[in-house]
Design a protein around this ligand. Sequence first.
Ligand code: AMP
Ligand code: MG
Length: 304
Amino acid sequence: MAQKFLFYALGTENSITLESENAEDVAEKIIARVRNIEEKMSAFKSKSEVAEISRCAGRVPVRVSDELFYILETALEISRVSKGAFDVTVRPLTSLWNIGKGTDVIPKESEIEKAKSLVGYETLVLDSQEKTAFLTKLGGALDLGGIAKGYAADEAKRILLDNGINKGLINFGGNIVTVGSGFDRAPWKIGIQNPLSTRSDYVTTLEIENKSIVTSAVNERFFIKDSMRYHHIISPLTGYPAQSELLSVTVIDDCSMTADVLSTAAYVLGLLEGSRLIKQFGAQAIFITQNGDILSTFEGKAVL
Ligand code: AMP
Ligand code: MG
């Protein structure tokens, strides 16, 4: 019998579904590991390494753990190739907008300009010898919200495999990893949500083994004012929630962290440049556009 373990971490609901005699022990190991990642990566926890880098911005470099260094290197690489559409230094803007935290206020233009001036991936300097991270601008700050869940999901998969479990389903706030084929030899069936509807309304279902499936969409965290939807993915260029012909981007890749960054970056870039970026990384994607089109490069089986 498969068992589903639910827990809250990384600002979202998470689940692990396992079928094994030691399911409970392994789930506990994974949950502890995710909490450990959160302690290091959260912008909201004052003792996290990420918060420390932000606190020291404009003053001194901070020595960080190997794993945070690796995540920051990956984030910086995607920031460069996406020409700043994905930007790990976006926090001054995301904290100003504070989407999904209940205030629902559109910031003043002057505040947006000020926050925008503090954002820029070139202000993050990584020293691979010293293993330090330094934000060169006073007031600069890091936001790993677009990458940490993917990293955590990859870690969860590693822990499953290390413990001899070769089947399972990991879902960290929509960052999904299918491990092995489905239970009872059935393929995993992963629904792609209608981005304008409730959580269980699917536009298509993928039959998929051993892949990560990650979606960035307008319906995750948002508020509506004067018929405009203000959502949680911010364009560092405009300082406003990213506007394009897209409602959602789903990226399918072996690595959940890659899928996580690519989906966020492609959402900001829009259909044309976003699909180019995803292709460049050898990943696959499903785009849902404002006018209801579903465009897919997914090569496996998708059922409506
Ligand atoms: P996701 O749901 O993976 O697309 O990530 C969205 C989260 O990433 C937001 O809640 C922010 O924490 C962060 N974020 C928002 N805009 C950007 C951006 N342009 N680049 C990098 N991270 C972002
Ligand atoms: Mg993401």
